[in-house]
Write a protein of this length. Structure first.
Length: 274
C-alpha cells in the first residue's frame, strides 16, 4: 500500500475521481431540478418526460465522464462500484478507501455549487433521495429492495466490462455503463428518486441537512454491489486464478505502475504483481 501511496499515477486517479464526481452531480441533479424553473414556453414538465430526461442525464453524464477519465482512474464515480471492484479483487484497499472519500467530498462540492445556481427555486431538495417521493406508501423495505436491484444490475455490468478475459467490447464500455445507469433510474426513480450511488445521495443529504431514510441509500447499493460480485465472480464467470493470488491485489494493487521521468500518462509501465 505504501508504494501505491507514493505514486503520481495514484494521486492523478484520485483527483480524476474527485473532479468527475463534481461534474456528474452538478449535471445529473441539475437536470432533475431544471424543469422546476418557470421558463416561458417550456412544455416538458410532465412526469413521463421528466423521468426519461433525468434518466438519460444520469446515464449520459456517466458515459461521458467514463470516456473522459476512465483511462486515468477507472471512472468508478460510485462507492458501490468501488466496493464491488474491491470485493472482486481488482483494486487495493487503499485505492478503494481514497476513492470513496473523494467521491463523497466531490458530491458535496458539486451539490453545493448546484445550490448556488438554483438558490431561487422554492423547496429546493437538491435531488435528495427518499422512499416516498412519487409513490405514497412506499416503505423502507420496498425502497431498499429497489436500490439493491438497481445497483445489482449496474455492478454486474461493470464487472462484465472489467473482465480481462473479454475481447469483444471495443470502445463501447462507457456507453454500456451509461445505459445501465439510465436503466436503473428508469426502474427506481418513481420509488426512491433512484440513488444506486451512495455518494450522490450523501451530497444532497449533507447540503440539505436531511438524513431521513438515508441509510437505505448506503445499505441498498452496497448490498447490491456485493451480490453482483458473488453472482458474477463465483457463479456466472468464476476465475481460474488462486484466491490468495487475487487477495494480494488488496495490498499491492491490480498492477504495478511505474512513473518514468516524463509526466505524460503515456509513459506508464504496467506489470502484474508477483
Amino acid at each position: 500500500m505504501a508504494s501505491e501511496f507514493k505514486k503520481k499515477l495514484f494521486w492523478r486517479a484520485v483527483a480524476a475521481e474527485f473532479l468527475a464526481m463534481i461534474l456528474f452531480v452538478f449535471i445529473s441533479i441539475g437536470s432533475a431540478l431544471g424543469f422546476n424553473y418557470p421558463v416561458s414556453g417550456n412544455q416538458t414538465a410532465n412526469a413521463s418526460q421528466d423521468i426519461v430526461k433525468v434518466s438519460l442525464a444520469f446515464g449520459l453524464s456517466i458515459a461521458t465522464l467514463a470516456q473522459s477519465v476512465g483511462h486515468i482512474s477507472g471512472a468508478h464515480l460510485n462507492p458501490a462500484v468501488t466496493l464491488g471492484l474491491l470485493l472482486s479483487c481488482q483494486i487495493s484497499i487503499l485505492r478503494a478507501v481514497m476513492y470513496i472519500i473523494v467521491q463523497c467530498v466531490g458530491a458535496i462540492v458539486g451539490t453545493a455549487i448546484l445550490l448556488g445556481v438554483t438558490s431561487s427555486l422554492p423547496n429546493n431538495s437538491l435531488g435528495r433521495n427518499g422512499v416516498t417521493w412519487l409513490v405514497p406508501g412506499v416503505n423502507s423495505g420496498q425502497g431498499l429492495c429497489i436500490e439493491i436491484i438497481g445497483t445489482l444490475q449496474l455492478v454486474l455490468c461493470v464487472l462484465a466490462i472489467t473482465d480481462r478475459r473479454r475481447r469483444d467490447l471495443g470502445g463501447w464500455a462507457p456507453l454500456a455503463i451509461g445505459f445501465s445507469v439510465a436503466l436503473g433510474h428508469l426502474l427506481a426513480i418513481d420509488y426512491t428518486g433512484c440513488s444506486i450511488n451512495p455518494a450522490r445521495s450523501f451530497g444532497s443529504a449533507v447540503i440539505t441537512h436531511n438524513f431521513t431514510d438515508h441509510w437505505i441509500f448506503w445499505v441498498g447499493p452496497f448490498t447490491g454491489g456485493a451480490l453482483a460480485v458473488l453472482i458474477y465472480d463465483f457463479i456466472l464467470a468464476p476465475r481460474s486464478s488462486h484466491l490468495m493470488d487475487r487477495l494480494k491485489v488488496w495490498t499491492s494493487g491490480q498492477v504495478e505502475e511505474c512513473d518514468l521521468d516524463a509526466d505524460d500518462i503515456n509513459s506508464r509501465v504496467e506489470m502484474k504483481p508477483k
